[in-house]
Ligand binder design. Structure first.
Ligand code: SF4
Ligand code: SF4
Length: 478
């Protein structure tokens, strides 16, 4: 009788094959080293830069002061109501990514993404401790855990953990005075949130840079999918000149070497790839365009006396041209296109808008909220009084007297709660919540109207800076 047992479907799960990239040298590798040093340097050093803002403000150049709801960036101070600056910067970052991706493919992923930079650093440490690709492969395949393997593994993991600790530690310093927090962390006096944040970032850095590496790029990051919509046939990506390299094969004399293309199938481009892919199979989602395969192949081409560029930055249009026997377009024609110019113009417009907003913003701030319940009160002499909750912001480093006035009808009078004066002191770099009253005499125009548009002014007595807010005065009507 025939066996009717249905065949089990193929598993959709594929176990990860560890990747052991080989060391490579060349201009793109040097560029990546330089970017790694600059980006890591900026990240670790920035919280320690001091910036004198006077006695009442923190002296940390870059500080996200959550407790006082303030963001300090060197000479710039962003208040909560100025969140549009942060939104503008995020829009600029998004447009910048669109611009670079449409011109240079996944250049962000390959050179500046934190996952790439930290993974590069972790691989460097791994190579220092365990050796280059072949030594690491041998160690990986060695089943027996002898003293040497245990020593190398523990040294590597401890080094990775310390880098993770420094990474998590640096992050929390952006949210508090760095020297004070560092001391508190060591003396166990810091807030539990600081320890939890350091621990989470240490473990995620350790895991992502040490073990998840390319899997974060392939499975966890949405950017590879989004970037597909950003690329077009003129975007520069890393590609293989298959029309020049194929048919590939070892160039052995007397074995038909003259029939072969330039690719000697040495696998150098595959062995250096941090994503473990073969670029000769064509463009792949996994490729982060780090260009290390270009360096590896150029080195091979030089050694066998062939022109460099078998693997190179190129666009689809270049491929079509080269196959037809024409030279590729110059790089500037790929970079300066209507699409990239449009992104640049939009990016610049947002940037100019933010700079203008930064320079025209006032050092005093005002918000006015009319009290609606009740909308007005009738006084014993028949006058009509409206109440307003006013927030006065003094962005100066010293206390200022703010003068308040109302405009809209000459009969209106403004009174500040708790003082007979028309001015109120606002402490340095703070917000004062103040209740004020606007009164219209009995049978005056505003008192006999349903509502009148009024304007509340605030003037800084020290320098004459003024701001206003428009609001409504509610009368009792006819
Ligand atoms: S294929 Fe080349 S450019 Fe792409 S990730 Fe691998 S080494 Fe980097
Ligand atoms: S490094 Fe160059 S020559 Fe070697 S396999 Fe890759 S493409 Fe071919």
């Amino acid at each position: 009788m025939a066996n009717t047992e249905p065949e089990a479907p193929p598993s959709l799960y594929e176990a990860r094959e560890p990747i052991f990239p080989r060391r490579v040298s060349g201009k793109f590798r040097n560029l990546k080293w330089a970017i790694m040093i600059v980006t890591l340097g900026i990240y670790y050093i920035t919280p320690w830069i001091r910036w004198d803002r006077g006695p009442s403000l923190p002296d940390q150049a870059v500080l996200i002061d959550l407790a006082n709801r303030r963001f300090f960036f060197f000479w710039i101070e962003i208040w909560p109501h100025e969140f549009y600056f942060i939104a503008g910067l995020l829009v600029m970052a998004g447009l910048g990514l669109f611009l670079f991706t449409s011109a240079l493919g996944r250049v962000w992923c390959g050179y500046a993404c934190p996952q790439t930079v930290w993974t590069d650093l972790y691989i460097l440490v791994e190579r220092w401790i365990e050796g280059d690709r072949n030594a690491r492969l041998r160690l990986h395949r060695q089943k027996k855990l002898d003293f040497r393997k245990a020593r190398l593994r523990v040294t590597k993991w401890v080094s990775w953990f310390l880098i993770g600790l420094a990474t998590g530690g640096a992050w929390v310093f952006y949210f508090a005075d760095a020297p004070t927090l560092a001391r508190d962390l060591f003396t166990l006096d810091a807030h539990p949130v600081a320890y939890i944040t350091v621990l989470v970032l240490t473990l995620t850095t350790f895991l992502f840079g040490g073990f998840a590496r390319e899997q974060i790029c392939i499975y966890a990051c949405p950017w590879p999918r989004i970037q597909a919509a950003m690329l077009d046939e003129d975007s520069l990506v890393v590609g293989y000149r298959e029309w020049r390299g194929e048919p590939r094969g070892k160039h052995r004399k007397g074995e038909g070497a003259e029939e072969l293309g330039d690719c000697i199938d040495c696998m150098a481009c595959v062995n250096v790839c941090p994503m473990g892919i073969d670029i000769r199979d064509g463009q792949q989602l996994e490729c982060i365009t780090c260009a290390l395969c270009i360096d590896a192949c150029d080195d091979v081409m030089e050694r066998i006396g062939k022109p460099r560029g078998l693997i190179d930055y190129m666009a689809l249009t270049d491929e079509t041209r080269e196959r037809a026997g024409h030279p590729p377009k110059p790089v500037w024609q790929h970079v300066f296109r209507p699409r990239t110019i449009l992104y640049t113009v939009l990016w610049a417009l947002v940037g100019v808008g933010l700079i203008v907003a930064l320079f025209v913003r006032s050092d005093i701030g005002l918000t006015v909220a009319p009290v609606r319940n009740p909308t007005y009160v009738t006084m014993s002499d028949g006058a009509i009084r409206n109440t307003y909750d006013v927030r006065l912001r003094n962005k100066h480093g010293e206390e200022r007297m703010f003068n308040l006035a109302v405009k809209g009808d000459p009969s209106l009078r403004l009174q500040i709660e708790g003082t007979p004066y028309s001015a109120v002191p606002v402490p340095a770099d703070s917000t004062l919540q103040q209740r004020v009253y606007v009164t219209a005499p009995a049978r005056s125009g505003p008192a006999m109207s349903e509502r009148v548009d009024i304007r509340i002014w605030v003037e800084d007595n020290a320098n004459g800076d003024r701001v206003y807010k428009d609001t409504i005065f509610n009368g009792k009507g006819n």
